[in-house]
Design a protein around this ligand. Structure first.
Ligand SMILES: NC(=O)c1ccc[n+]([C@@H]2O[C@H](COP(=O)([O-])OP(=O)(O)OC[C@H]3O[C@@H](n4cnc5c(N)ncnc54)[C@H](OP(=O)(O)O)[C@@H]3O)[C@@H](O)[C@H]2O)c1
Length: 339
C-alpha cells in the first residue's frame, strides 16, 4: 500500500512517499481503510527522533497518529465492530501510521465516528479530544464553577479543550493572539488574553487548573495564577515520574526524568499546588463519549486547512510553523480548505 514514512530521523527531507508492507491484522484488530488523517505536533517530534529514548520505533516507520475511515476487515476475536463501520481512532504509540491507505488498530482504541461529521472533521478529533478529556476530567477532575486557564486556545488541543471545559461548567480563560480572539470566544472562552502584548500571570489569579500546552516560561508563570491546591496539567513541559511508573524504563532514564521536572515540582510544592505531566493514552471508550458530545452539538471541530494525501509533507511543514488555527487535516478524497 502507499504511505508516508521515514527510514531515519531528521528534518522534513527524511519524509518519503512510496510502497510499504500491508498492516498485519491481529485477532483483536480492525483493518481500517483510511479516508482522512490529521497532523499533530507529535508527528514532528517522532520524525525528529525526539522520542527515541522512550519509544523503540523500527524503520521504515509510517507516520501519522489520528485517523477516520471505514472498517474493511476484522480479526477473529473482534466483537465490537464489523466490516462497513465508519470509525475514528488514535492508535497506540507503537502502532502509529495513519498517513497511509490502511491501518490495523486494536478494537479497544477505535470508536464509531460521530455521525454528524465528515471523515475529515472526524480525523481532526481523536488526539486532541482524548488529551483534553484526560487532562481536565481524569487528572484535574474539573468541576462546575471552577476556573481553568487553557494556554493556546486557538491551537489543536486548545480549540477542543475550551469547548470541553465550558461544557463541564468551568469559567474559562485562554491565551491567543489578537486575530484569534473572536474564534476562541465563539468556542466559549470567558476571558481571552493576548499573549503577545499581555502577561497572563499579571492579569488573572485564583485559578483551580491550568492546562499547559506550551511548556518553558509559560509553564513556570502558570503557577502564579493558581490558588492553593490548584493543579497544572502540562502536555508540553518536563515529564514527571508518576507518568512513567508503569513503563519498563532503565533506572538511569527514570533518574533523568526525575531531574528534568525537579524545578517545576519544587515550585509546585512551594505554592502548595500540584504539577502533573500527561501523555495522552488511546481509548475507544472515551472516543465514543466524545462522539456523543459532538453529535449533541456540544463540541465542534475547528479545521484550519485540508491537504490532499499527496501533500502530507506540506501539511506537516505547516504544522511546524506553530501558527495553525485548530487542526490540519489530510484527506484521501481531497476537498477544498474552508475559508
Ligand atoms: N503529552 C501529550 O499527550 C500531548 C497531547 C497533545 C498535544 N501535546 C503537545 O501540546 C502542544 C500543543 O499541541 P497543539 O496540537 O495544540 O499545537 P498547535 O495546534 O500546533 O498550536 C498552534 C497554536 O498555538 C498558538 N500559540 C503559539 N504560541 C503561543 C503562545 N505563546 N501563547 C498562546 N498561544 C500560542 C498559535 O497561535 P498564534 O498563531 O496566535 O501564535 C496556534 O494557534 C504541542 O507541544 C504538542 O506536542 C502533547
Amino acid at each position: 500500500m502507499e504511505a508516508w514514512f521515514i527510514r531515519s530521523y531528521g528534518g522534513q527531507q527524511v519524509l518519503e512517499f512510496g510502497d510499504v508492507a500491508e498492516p498485519v491484522v491481529g485477532p483483536r484488530d480492525v483493518l481500517v481503510d483510511i479516508r482522512a488523517a490529521s497532523v499533530n505536533p507529535i508527528d514532528i517530534r517522532v520524525r525528529r527522533g525526539e522520542l527515541r529514548r522512550l519509544l523503540d520505533y523500527r524503520f521504515p516507520l509510517v507516520m501519522g497518529t489520528d485517523l477516520a475511515g471505514v472498517v474493511i476487515a476484522t480479526g477473529c476475536d473482534v466483537r465490537g465492530f464489523s466490516v462497513g463501520n465508519e470509525v475514528f481512532a488514535r492508535p497506540n504509540r507503537q502502532r502509529i501510521g495513519s498517513f497511509a491507505e490502511r491501518i490495523a488498530v486494536h478494537e479497544d482504541e477505535v470508536a464509531l465516528k460521530p455521525k454528524s461529521l465528515t471523515f475529515e472533521e472526524a480525523a481532526s478529533i481523536p488526539l486532541v479530544g482524548l488529551t483534553s478529556r484526560q487532562a481536565m476530567i481524569d487528572l484535574a477532575n474539573l468541576k462546575p464553577g471552577q476556573k481553568v486557564l487553557i494556554h493556546a486556545g486557538a491551537g489543536g488541543v486548545g480549540t477542543f479543550a475550551v469547548q470541553l471545559a465550558k461544557h463541564l461548567g468551568a469559567y474559562v480563560a485562554t491565551t491567543a493572539s489578537a486575530a484569534k480572539h473572536e474564534l476562541v470566544r465563539s468556542l466559549g472562552a470567558d476571558e481571552v488574553i493576548d499573549y503577545r502584548s499581555q502577561n497572563f500571570a499579571q492579569i488573572i489569579n485564583g485559578y483551580d487548573m491550568v492546562l499547559d500546552t506550551l511548556g518553558g516560561d509559560a509553564l513556570i508563570r502558570s503557577f502564579d495564577v493558581l490558588q492553593r491546591g490548584g493543579i497544572v496539567v502540562s502536555v508540553a513541559g518536563p515529564p514527571d515520574i508518576e507518568m512513567t511508573r508503569d513503563w519498563p524504563l532503565p533506572f538511569y532514564v527514570r533518574l533523568a526524568i526525575r531531574a528534568m521536572s525537579w524545578r517545576v515540582r519544587r515550585l509546585a510544592k512551594q505554592r502548595q499546588c500540584r504539577y502533573r505531566f500527561m501523555l495522552m493514552r488511546p481509548s475507544g471508550m472515551q472516543l465514543a463519549e466524545i462522539a456523543a458530545l459532538i453529535d449533541a452539538s456540544v463540541i465542534r471541530p475547528v479545521i484550519d486547512r485540508i491537504y490532499p494525501f499527496d501533500d502530507v509533507g506540506a501539511a506537516i511543514a505547516y504544522s511546524e510553523t506553530g501558527r495553525a488555527t485548530g487542526k490540519i487535516v489530510v484527506s484521501r478524497r481531497h476537498s477544498p480548505s474552508p475559508e
